[in-house]
Every structure is written in structure tokens, then in C-alpha cells.
Design a protein around this ligand. Structure first.
Ligand code: DGY
Length: 354
């Protein structure tokens, strides 16, 4: 009796073990079938949950930006990559890809990706325009308002305990926006959204773009097309909305600053490398131009002892053009959609090239 019951127990144990092993094998099989996705930084929970249902997901959690050696190792083994604007997805890195189908960047800018080489390797590139248009235009206009009314400068004065002069005729005076000329360089989505804000403030709107927009749009925005030379010499405020390319690299240098009005302000929410930062610092120090509002820099983050930090006539922001709760969620949705499509050999919703 005792013998038969103990042999039944051992048979049950064996069954249990066999089932467990089969279960594990099944998990391993499913995992092996699942495509691999790597994120160079974490995203919203809803986005990660979505990805985890379909793919084997790994999120980089160490040093930001991810060291290039780790990025290369990961690119070698994955089918999909979600990256950020500070990641260097250059030719040398992409060359490591063996199965990569899509690079989905969490940004409107894609100057950090060698898109030409990706195309040659048949790797699709997705990006996140449109959803961040308003947020970025608002940021540009915030910098413009801030620098023109010395808001941050005033905040600094108070916090440093240096508020001495009270309500004098010449204390902390800024400038009005009404009837001032704003020169928008690049009248794409963000430039156009900025023009709408400037119009509401009764500014005169001029723009220079690779392509002139339609007469109807010019009429709606009350925007006048001007040459680059006219834009830099006639504007009271210049706002930059062009991508960083070979043509736009350091396009704002001392030559340009000298042609600008000495009362003019420069706003940049596009890419730092469009401006020659050393020349800008000189121009701000020598008052060749009046001031600047900057959300982007040649190298980010800027160091604690960066010369821009010491200048009173500049407002600095830590690359937060698209950084609102709503926008960042929408960017995550698009980045995931782009990845989903690209990894399955389809064109991303917003795709660079093909
Ligand atoms: C982008 O998404 O490229 C912008 O820099 C956001 O601020």
C-alpha cells in the first residue's frame, strides 16, 4: 500500500517536472521568435507595455548618452531601435547592424542619424514631427518674451539679493514687441506656428526659407518673404527653425552678427550647431547684438563653467522645446508606431526618405 502511494507521488513529481520543462521550452521558443527592440532610454509605461507585448525589449539604464561601444553591441543584435537626439547613430555605428529594420527617433530632428547610410542598408528611419510643433513654437516665443522683458535676468537679480533699484525710469527696461520685426528663418511647421504667435502680438513678420510658401499662407500669416541678407539686417528678433545640415552648419557667425542690428535678439530652438557659439559669445560680450534666447547648444549639456552662463544678456534653456507632458506622450506614441511599422518592413508614419 505504502509502496504504491509513494510510486504515485514520484510519478506526479516527474509529470510536474516534465510540464515545467515543456513550459520553459515554450517560453524560450516564443522569446526566440519575438523580434528584439532596444531603447537607448526609457519611455512612458504605456509605450513600454505595448512594446513588451510584441517584442523582446531592452532599455538602456546606465550612462546617458549611451556609450558608443554598448550602442554598437546592441545595434548588432536587434531588429528595432528607439533613440534620442543626443545619440550618435552614425555610419560607423550603423555598420554593426545585422538585422536592424528601423531606427525610430524620439525627436523631430534627425541630424544625429546617418539617414543616407541607413537607406543604403535598407533600414527605415522614423521621427516625430507635427505633435511637437506647438510646444516648440511656444518655447521659442517664451524665450523671445523672456529676453525682451528680462524676466530670467530679474529672477537672477532677486535670488542673488541684488534687487536695489525700485521702479526707476531706467531700471530693468526691456523692449515692446508691437511693430517690431521678427525674422523667421525656416517657415516650416514650427516657424509657421511661431508666426501665428508673433501676429497675435502685432509684430511685423518676415521670413526666409528654402522654399517660399504660398501667397495664401503669406496673406493669412501676414508674412513677407525676404532674402537671408534682408532678414538678418532688418529684424529686431531672429528665430531659427532650420535643421542642422552641411549648409546650415555655423551659418550664424561673426559676419552675420555684424550685419544684424545691435538692438537685435537671436532665438534658437532648432540645433545648436547652426550657430557658431564662440562667435555668438563674442557678439554678446561686445554687444554686437543685444541678446539671445537659446534652447540648444553646440554640445549638450553645457558645462558649469560655460562662458554663456556668465552673460546677463542671454536666456538659457536645457533643450526643452518639445518638453510638455502632452507632447512627450504623443511623441512616445508616434515613436512606437514608427517602430512597429518599420520593424515589419512598412513605412513609418513619419519617415525620413522611404
Ligand atoms: C527635436 O525633437 O528634435 C527637438 O529638438 C525637440 O526639442
Amino acid at each position: 500500500m505504502a509502496n504504491s502511494s509513494s510510486s504515485r507521488v514520484s510519478a506526479d513529481m516527474k509529470n510536474l517536472q516534465r510540464n515545467r520543462i515543456n513550459g520553459l521550452r515554450q517560453v524560450v521558443r516564443v522569446m526566440a521568435m519575438k523580434k528584439k527592440v532596444f531603447l537607448t532610454r526609457t519611455l512612458h509605461a504605456f509605450a513600454l507595455e505595448h512594446l513588451k507585448k510584441k517584442y523582446q525589449v531592452e532599455v538602456h539604464s546606465g550612462k546617458i548618452p549611451i556609450p558608443q561601444t554598448k550602442l554598437k553591441d546592441k545595434i548588432k543584435e536587434v531588429d528595432g531601435l528607439i533613440c534620442f537626439p543626443y545619440d550618435k547613430i552614425n555610419k560607423e555605428t550603423i555598420e554593426f547592424a545585422e538585422n536592424l529594420k528601423v531606427i525610430s527617433t524620439y525627436s523631430v530632428g534627425f541630424d544625429h542619424i546617418d539617414t543616407e547610410f541607413s537607406r543604403r542598408k535598407k533600414i527605415r528611419v522614423g521621427y516625430t514631427p507635427e505633435v511637437l510643433t506647438e510646444a516648440t513654437a511656444n518655447m521659442a516665443f517664451s524665450l523671445l518674451l523672456d529676453i525682451s522683458r528680462r524676466v530670467t535676468e530679474g529672477d537672477r537679480i532677486i535670488r542673488d539679493g541684488k534687487w536695489k533699484e525700485i521702479y526707476g525710469a531706467f531700471d530693468y527696461v526691456g523692449v515692446d514687441l508691437k511693430d517690431k520685426t521678427i525674422g523667421i528663418l525656416g517657415l516650416g511647421r514650427i516657424g509657421e506656428m511661431l508666426a501665428r504667435r508673433a501676429k497675435a502680438f502685432d509684430m511685423k513678420i518676415t521670413y526666409h526659407s528654402r522654399r517660399r510658401v504660398s501667397k495664401t499662407k503669406e496673406k493669412i500669416l501676414k508674412a513677407t518673404y525676404v532674402s537671408f541678407e534682408e532678414l538678418i539686417s532688418q529684424s529686431d528678433f531672429i528665430s531659427v527653425h532650420v535643421p542642422h545640415t552641411q549648409e546650415t552648419d555655423k551659418m550664424f557667425d561673426m559676419d552675420v552678427f555684424r550685419k544684424m542690428k545691435s538692438s537685435a535678439y537671436l532665438i534658437n530652438t532648432s540645433r545648436g550647431k547652426v550657430i557658431d557659439e564662440e562667435d555668438l559669445i563674442r557678439a554678446l560680450k561686445k554687444k554686437t547684438i543685444s541678446g539671445a534666447g537659446l534652447d540648444v547648444f553646440e554640445i549638450e549639456p553645457i558645462k558649469k563653467n560655460h562662458p554663456l552662463i556668465k552673460l546677463p544678456n542671454v536666456v538659457l534653456a536645457p533643450h526643452i522645446g518639445s518638453s510638455t507632458e502632452e507632447t512627450r506622450k504623443k511623441m512616445a506614441e508616434i515613436a512606437v508606431k514608427n517602430l512597429d511599422l518599420g520593424i515589419n518592413g512598412r513605412k513609418p508614419v513619419y519617415s525620413v526618405g522611404y
